[in-house]
Design a protein around this ligand. Structure first.
Ligand code: NAD
Length: 325
C-alpha cells in the first residue's frame, strides 16, 4: 500500500482507519472520501479529503488516476438495521458501489479491501464455533449483499487477478465515531448510557450471543491482512475474525466491575432481534490466525476499561482512574 483511497471514510471504521493509515503511510499518501463533507472532522481537515459518491464510478476512476492510487479500501455501505428498513437502497448502494470500486481496481491494477460481516451467515448456519467455510443463506438484505460481495470479490481475483482481500467483521465497538445503524450498536450505546445515567435499556434480548471486537483490533486486522504475503492467503475475501462473544448480561456485568451501581432492563426491538437471532453465537477465526497471524489484543474487560476511560474524557464526565471492583 503506497497510495490509498478510502471510501466511506467518515463512518465508524473509516474515521479511525484513515487516521491510522496517515500515521503509517504518510498524510500525503491517503485520500479519504465520503459522500458527506463534515467541517472540522479530522479526516476532512488533517490530510487529503474529497467528496465521492461511490455510485459515481467515473469520478472514482478520475480520483484514482489523478492521485496515482494503488490501493482501494472500500467501506461505503448501508449497515444491517438500516438495510432492513431500506432494502432496495441497500442493494443498490452495497452492490453498485462495490462493482464500481472493483472495476476501478481492475482498470488501475489496485490492491483492494472491503469488509464482509457476520451478517453473511443465516439461520441455517451452524451457530457455535461457526466454521470458515459453511452454509451461507442469510435472510436479511444486508446479508444478501454481503454474501454477494464475498463472491464478487473472489470472482474479480480469479477472473481478472485483482488482489482482493476482506474479513467478516463482527460487531465493532468504538468511542470515537458513533456506529452507523448496525444490529450490534447496543454494545456501544451501553457504555454512553452507563457513564451518563448509570442505566441502560437493551433492545437486544438477554441470552443473545454475538461476536464483537474493539476498534483498535479491527483497524490492525485490516492493515495486517493487506500487508500479508499473497501466496499465504487461501480465503481472500471472507476471513472469519472475532475477539469475543457475549450476551447483554455479560457486557453489563463487565461494566459493573467499574460502575457497580449500573443497572439494565430490556425493551426488545423485534427487527434487530430477528437479525441477531439469524447470526452466529460465536465464529471460528482459525483460518485468519493461520493464514495472516490474526491476533486480537482486547477481551471484554480490557475493552470495557478502555471504552469507559476514553468516553468519560470525550463526554467530560468525571470518572477517575477506573478500578476493577
Ligand atoms: P458507517 O455507516 O459508520 O459509515 C459508512 C459511511 O459511508 C458513512 O460515512 C456514509 O456517509 C458513507 N456513505 C454512504 N453512502 C455513500 C455513498 N453513496 N458514497 C460514498 N459514501 C457513502 O459504516 P462502518 O461501520 O464504518 O462500516 C464500513 C463497512 O464495514 C461496511 O461495509 C460495513 O458493512 C462493514 N462492517 C461494519 C461493521 C461494524 O460493526 N461497524 C461490522 C461488520 C461489517
Amino acid at each position: 500500500m503506497k497510495k490509498i483511497l478510502v471510501t466511506g471514510s467518515l463512518g465508524q471504521i473509516g474515521s479511525e482507519l484513515t487516521m491510522r493509515l496517515r500515521e503509517l503511510y504518510g498524510e500525503e499518501n491517503v485520500l479519504a472520501t465520503d459522500i458527506r463533507h463534515v467541517d472540522g472532522n479530522p479526516v476532512v481537515e488533517n490530510g487529503l479529503f474529497d467528496t465521492l459518491d461511490v455510485l459515481d464510478g467515473d469520478r472514482m476512476q478520475k480520483l484514482v488516476n489523478d492521485h496515482h492510487i494503488d490501493t482501494i479500501i472500500h467501506l461505503a455501505a448501508l449497515l444491517s438495521a438500516t438495510a432492513e428498513k431500506k432494502p432496495l437502497l441497500a442493494w443498490n448502494l452495497n452492490m453498485g458501489g462495490l462493482v464500481n470500486a472493483l472495476e476501478v481496481a481492475r482498470n488501475s491494477d489496485c490492491q483492494f479491501f472491503t469488509p464482509s460481516s457476520i451478517g453473511a451467515f443465516g439461520p441455517s448456519t451452524p451457530k457455535d464455533n461457526t466454521p470458515q467455510d459453511t452454509i451461507q443463506r442469510p435472510n436479511t438484505m444486508y446479508g444478501v449483499t454481503k454474501v454477494s460481495a464475498e463472491l464478487l470479490c473472489d470472482y474479480y481475483f480469479a477472473k481478472f487477478g485483482v488482489d482482493t482481500r476482506g474479513v467478516r467483521f463482527p460487531g465493532l465497538i468504538s468511542y470515537k465515531t458513533l456506529p452507523g445503524g448496525g444490529t450490534t450498536d447496543y454494545a456501544v450505546d451501553i457504555y454512553y448510557e452507563a457513564l451518563k445515567n448509570k442505566k441502560y435499556t437493551s433492545y437486544i434480548a438477554k441470552g443473545t450471543y454475538m461476536d464483537m471486537m474493539y476498534m483498535p483490533d479491527a483497524i490492525d486486522s485490516i492493515i495486517k491482512l493487506m500487508e500479508a504475503d499473497s501466496p499465504r492467503l487461501k480465503h481472500r475475501n471472507a476471513f472469519n475474525i472475532t475477539a469475543m462473544s457475549f450476551e447483554p448480561e455479560e457486557i453489563a456485568a463487565s461494566i459493573r466491575k467499574f460502575i457497580p451501581e449500573f443497572t439494565m432492563n430490556y425493551q426488545v426491538d423485534p427487527v434487530r432481534q430477528q437479525i441477531a437471532d439469524s447470526w452466529p453465537n460465536s465464529i471460528d477465526a482459525a483460518a485468519a490466525k493461520e493464514e495472516w497471524d490474526f491476533n486480537p489484543r482486547y477481551d471484554l474487560d480490557r475493552m470495557t476499561k478502555s471504552m469507559l476511560e476514553n468516553l468519560a474524557k470525550k463526554l467530560g464526565i468525571p470518572f477517575g482512574e477506573p478500578v476493577l471492583v
